[in-house]
Structure formats: C-alpha cells, structure tokens
Ligand binder design. Sequence first.
Ligand code: PXP
Length: 239
Amino acid sequence: MVKLGVNIDHIASIRNLRRGFFPDPVFAAHIAEDAGADGITVHLREDRRHINDGDVKNLKRIIKTKLNLEMSISTDIVAFAKRIVPDYVCLVPEKRQELTTEGGLDIVSNRKKIEKVVGELKGKKIKVSIFIDPAFEQIDIAKKIGADFVELHTGKYADARNKTERKKELVKIKKASEYVLQLGIGLNAGHGLDYENVRDIAKIRGMNELNIGYSIICRAVFVGLFQAVKEMRGILKKK
Ligand code: PXP
C-alpha cells in the first residue's frame, strides 16, 4: 500500500496569523496519525513562515510514525537537521518570494554542494530524499550522490490546464518512476496532489509514499482533520 505523509505546514500558517499557539501542529500530527498517516512532513523554511524550530523539536519528540523534514541546503538548516536527526530529510529548492516550492532541486547544476549535504546527513543516519523534477538526468545524479529516495515533483501534473497536458505529465512521471526503480532508489512523489488527481499517481508501480499537504488541510476546514486524512488514506488504499 502506498504510504501517506501528511504535510502539516499550513496548520502552522494559520497559527502564525495571530502569532499565538493555536492550532498546534503537534496536536494536528496526533490527529493525522490517528486517522492513518504513515508519516508527518514539515518544511522548515529559511524565513520560518510556518513551521519553526520549536515545532520540529516537539514533533520529533512526540510523533509515533516518522518525521520527514523538508529543507533547503543552507548551512544553518543543515546544522539544525543534524542536531535534531529526523527520520527523513527531503532536500528541496527554496526561494524567499515563492508561495510554495516551485520545481525540483537542480542536482545536475548543484551537484557538489548537494552531495556534501547528503553525505553529512547520511553520516547522522538520516535517510535522505531529494525533491526533483521527473527527469532522467536528475535521477542519475541522485543515484550517484547516494540519495536513499527521490520525491518526484508532481506540480506540473497537478497544475495541468487540460486532460492532454495532464496525460503528458503523467507519462513523464511514470517513465521517471520506472527509471528510479531500475536504479534501486526509493520512489516518493508529491506536490499539488488532491482527492481527485492523486489516484493515477498512487497507481504507479513501486510508489512508496506520497506527501500531501494543502488539499488535506483545505478539506479539513470543512470536515475536520481526522476525516480529511482518513478520506485520503481510503483513496490510497483503494488505488
Ligand atoms: N513535497 C514537497 C517536497 C513539498 O515541498 C511540498 C510542499 O511543501 C509537498 C510535498 C506538499 O505539497 P502540497 O502542499 O501541494 O500537497
């Protein structure tokens, strides 16, 4: 069965609107786990716009599943991850002005820096994933620099404006997934997945985990977080 990583960043986004304590991401993580999440994902952004250092520390102490920390390769964030030792780290590109992570990390152009970070994190026994576009040349380098997993960026698929475009993006993701499996790397995917477009991605052979945030938190506003996670879990079970 495909695993579900629930990204709870936007629980913290809501909390930060009033700079207070509620809603609490740790409480959200508990609910998500009770509803069937296999892991909790958070992105510690350099500007700390949602999740902050304290949240990550608390989550690490309290969650019962796995903690997946999405992060850039900036020196202070890498140092923080090495202190906290989450179960997984997913390296992502980061731009201050972006609304969300736009595109995968270009490991072809930034190989040296990223390879060093992968080595440092693996040295702390943290499993390392890299968020990349579904492109063969990126997958090749991920393998060469020792990534345990890649997370294929499904944003273009999710944002496709029509069926033809979406199908084209799905084919790209499927081909890339086959290649990831051939090279013996773990296969994850995420970004922009919702209760409808997730089905075809969940059916991809060898898919290990999908990381989903925004659509679940949006649905939770109306049906509650437990129900929203349970419904997504149900879709992944059926696939
Ligand atoms: N995976 C990665 C690497 C991401 O950066 C994000 C967004 O933070 C997600 C998955 C989740 O994307 P969404 O919130 O669109 O479901």
